[in-house]
Design a protein around this ligand. Structure first.
Ligand code: SF4
Ligand code: SF4
Length: 442
């Protein structure tokens, strides 16, 4: 069975919510809709205080090349536009909407019918994805339309749908595959046509055999789509590792997937593409896994963007006095929440409630030069050296040792017998070296 070759680790899967069908979560009383919930420039509001909005109305425009439109997830009245804390822990400009009823924009097709006929051309598909504000839902939140606008001179050969979901605990993509397989396949076909390639692969790890069987059976109706079962190994959901696993191609340091003829799109985003193109539905809700070992009701909720995380947490039967850490995302790449009063954004794949025993950090020891972190690194880096360079603010050394190639997967930290906080140093170092490189280019 296929997988990537360099490094990687095998954390416990802990897919506690894998059997929990997607439930619609009630609309909030107030929606806090961040203007900065995608990679790139924040969107610019096109509504003002006291404006009335419906579900699906455009409320902010992504004007820059790398940005995304934002739509209202609720119906009601704009209360104010002000700074509000988000999952990153920073205050960002946010539209506050007081909810009244649940009135949807009439242009959205709300029927349960599956629309199979794809009518739009490649350019029209990309324009529609842009209009509907679709971004990568695996966590990176890169605007999807930008990914499919290939730079001049570049040609794609393969579309790869990333249905790996290798982060422990998270199950939102798995549930979408099981509950919306036709829509995911139509979304894949839409993106294949947008890219004008002959082949699309859907990569799924072997711990989701029910999804592999279902999608393989249904993909028989699609000449150009192939489902590929992959050996379980973290971080197979990272773009470069997934490309290597499926095509055998290696994306060189500093290059992009398109440099080896590939474009990768997450399976949840592929479902969002189906809804955008076939149902005229903007991205204003997403599936969020809420889970943890002491959670009574691990769940997968369909949540309106802007709903407070505290409401989700209150619904899963958990004793908060036993919880030591709450993470947005999974345990390997997720970020610790500084407050539960932060809103769900397009990038919120999960909320993980870790009990005190699980979340406490072990005593940090000196590096013993065992090289386990080097063996585990899927990017072929030397994490012990990079983290030391970052800790000692030796930015030149960190840059020369390719810190910008680090994908922040956490494999090094996971494997370190001295419990060194390698990832924390790597993130700081990457931010600083990235700034230096950008300033140099000015
Ligand atoms: S976090 Fe960075 S340095 Fe550590 S294993 Fe992952 S890619 Fe390598
Ligand atoms: S795994 Fe930890 S102890 Fe071993 S070389 Fe890397 S940083 Fe040092």
């Amino acid at each position: 069975m296929k997988t990537f070759t360099l490094g990687g680790v095998h954390p416990e899967g802990n897919k506690l919510s894998r059997g929990a069908a997607i439930e619609k979560f009630p609309s909030p009383q107030i929606a806090y809709i961040s203007l900065s919930q995608h990679l790139g420039v924040p969107a610019k509001p096109v509504v003002a205080k006291d404006d009335k909005v419906k579900v699906g109305d455009l409320i902010a425009v992504g004007e820059a090349f790398i940005s995304a439109n934002i739509h209202s997830s609720v119906s009601g009245v704009v209360d104010k536009i002000d700074d509000y804390i988000d999952t990153s822990g920073y205050k960002v400009p946010t539209i506050f909407i007081k909810v009244e009823g649940d009135e949807w924009n009439e242009s959205i097709d709300r029927s349960q019918d599956i629309v199979r006929d794809i009518k739009l051309s490649s350019k029209e598909i990309i324009d529609k994805i842009k209009e509907m504000g679709v971004v990568g839902l695996g966590g990176a939140t890169f605007p999807t339309h930008v990914k499919f606008m290939l730079p001049p001179g570049k040609k794609a050969e393969y579309l790869i749908i990333n249905a790996v979901e290798c982060e422990p605990y998270l199950t939102s993509d798995h549930r979408i595959l099981l509950e919306k397989p036709d829509e995911v396949l139509i979304g894949t076909e839409i993106l294949r046509r947008a890219l004008n390639v002959d082949k699309a692969y859907i990569g799924i790890e072997n711990n989701k055999q029910d999804a592999i069987a279902l999608l393989t059976e249904k993909a028989a109706d699609y000449e150009h789509i192939e489902v590929v079962a992959l050996k379980v190994k973290y971080p197979q959901g990272a773009e470069k590792q997934l490309i290597k696993a499926i095509t055998g191609r290696e994306v060189p340091s500093g290059k992009l997937p398109i440099d080896v003829g590939c474009v990768v799109n997450n399976s949840g985003s592929t479902f969002a593409v189906y809804e955008a193109v076939q149902k005229n539905k903007p991205l204003f809700e997403r599936v969020v896994t809420v889970t943890g070992k002491t959670v009574g009701k691990p769940s997968n909720y369909l949540v309106r963007i802007g709903t407070s995380c505290s409401q989700l947490i209150a619904s899963v039967d958990v004793d908060l006095s036993q919880i030591g850490k709450i993470i947005s995302g999974g345990p390997m790449m997720g970020k610790t929440l500084v407050s539960t009063d932060v809103p769900v954004t397009k990038g919120t794949s999960g909320i993980l409630l870790m009990h005190t025993g699980e979340s406490s950090r072990s005593l940090i020891h000196n590096c013993i030069r065992c090289a386990k972190c080097v063996q585990a690194c899927p990017m072929g880096l030397e994490p012990y050296l990079l983290s030391a360079a970052s800790k000692n603010e030796m930015w030149d050394k960190a840059e020369k040792a390719h810190i910008m190639d680090c994908i922040e997967c956490g494999c090094c930290q996971f494997t370190c017998p001295s419990y060194r906080p390698l990832l924390d140093y790597l993130r700081v170092g990457k931010r600083k070296v990235g700034q230096i490189i950008r300033n140099r280019a000015k």
